[in-house]
Design a protein around this ligand. Structure first.
Ligand code: C2E
Ligand code: MG
Ligand code: MG
Ligand code: MG
Length: 278
């Protein structure tokens, strides 16, 4: 009886697995057309200076409209990565983000940085530097107004090509931020070698900062590491006034999160810019 039950359970599992595989294959096929069908758009989330409370930058976050539904990146980026489609998709995202930064600068005289997330697959594309240069030239963005975000977990793989691509990126004046900092296991000596300018403290720490003295202490430590390595530090996922005040107390200089603004459309972002940075 035990054996039979086990087998039934196993085949149930097999069915679910097969269904999920089918869904993923279907999504991968649909994703391949998202750029040409104009199904991608960017949302922008403000990055705030905690001293002046002005907007210093915006992070571009991609959305996919598929069959009338807006799909968040966590539901499709991994499929785009495994199919390789993240590469052309990533160039569309980079160009759109740069074009937007230049538009805010030339039409509204607001010069803020634009941060763009990239995945490892994109950085490993042999064309990455060439295509990036083409985008810089085409859009006319000042390279120092562009920031590339890489995650700490992605940098855990001690990869020479990855480091050299990021070094070449920085030689152009483009900044590099380490996203989701604190969730990987980078040692201090490893961090010191990384070609980065900015640490983004992961929101999992910030969400507990006012409730747990341990999380507050860990955050304080991450801020000190940033100071030690001469890196700017930004706190991600700030949702409350209390969290902001705690971060100011700990000496954090920048913040991003729902407390200031959710990711919003470009039109809404202009309204936010004109109110906060007047
Ligand atoms: P991320 O780069 O760490 O982005 C932060 C995520 O946290 C965003 O989710 C943002 O909307 C959300 N967030 C911001 N503030 C708050 C807050 O105060 N509270 C809470 N609970 N959440 C907050 P989103 O837009 O769904 O993006 C998820 C992830 O997808 C990003 O994490 C990033 O890793 C990836 N991603 C987004 N856009 C792109 C892209 O253009 N290319 C690539 N390769 N990955 C992207
Ligand atoms: Mg990010
Ligand atoms: Mg993050
Ligand atoms: Mg994340």
């Amino acid at each position: 009886y035990a054996k039979k039950k086990h087998r039934a359970g196993y085949s149930e599992f097999g069915k679910e697995f097969e269904q999920e595989l089918q869904q993923r294959l279907h999504m991968a096929a649909e994703l391949r057309h998202c750029v040409e069908r104009n199904e991608l758009h960017l949302m922008y989330q403000a990055q705030i200076c905690l001293k002046t409370k002005r907007i210093l930058g915006a992070e571009a976050l991609v959305r996919w409209t598929h069959k009338g539904q807006i799909i968040p990146p966590n539901d499709f980026i991994s499929t785009a990565e495994s199919s390789g489609y993240i590469v052309p998709m990533g160039y569309w995202i980079l160009e759109e983000a740069c074009r937007q930064q230049v538009e805010w600068k030339t039409e509204l005289s607001y010069e803020i940085t634009i941060a763009v997330n990239v995945s490892i697959r994109q950085l490993k594309d042999p064309q990455f530097l060439k295509r990036t240069d083409q985008i810089l030239e085409k859009t006319g963005i000042n390279p120092s107004s562009l920031e590339i975000e890489v995650t700490e977990s992605m940098m855990m793989e001690d990869n020479n090509t990855l480091h050299s691509v990021l070094n070449d990126i920085r030689k152009r004046g483009i900044q590099v931020a380490l996203d989701d900092f604190g969730t990987g296991y980078s040692s201090l000596s490893y961090l010191q070698q990384l070609p980065i300018d900015h640490l983004k403290i992961d929101q999992s720490f910030i969400s507990k900062i006012t409730k747990s003295s341990q999380d507050s202490a860990i955050t304080a430590l991450m801020i000190s590491i940033g100071e030690l390595l001469n890196l700017k530090v930004i706190a991600e996922g700030v949702e409350t006034y209390e969290q902001q005040e705690e971060l100011i107390k700990l000496g954090c200089s920048e913040a991003q999160g729902y407390f200031y603004s959710k990711p919003i459309s470009k039109t809404e972002f202009i309204k936010l810019l004109t109110t906060m940075n007047q």
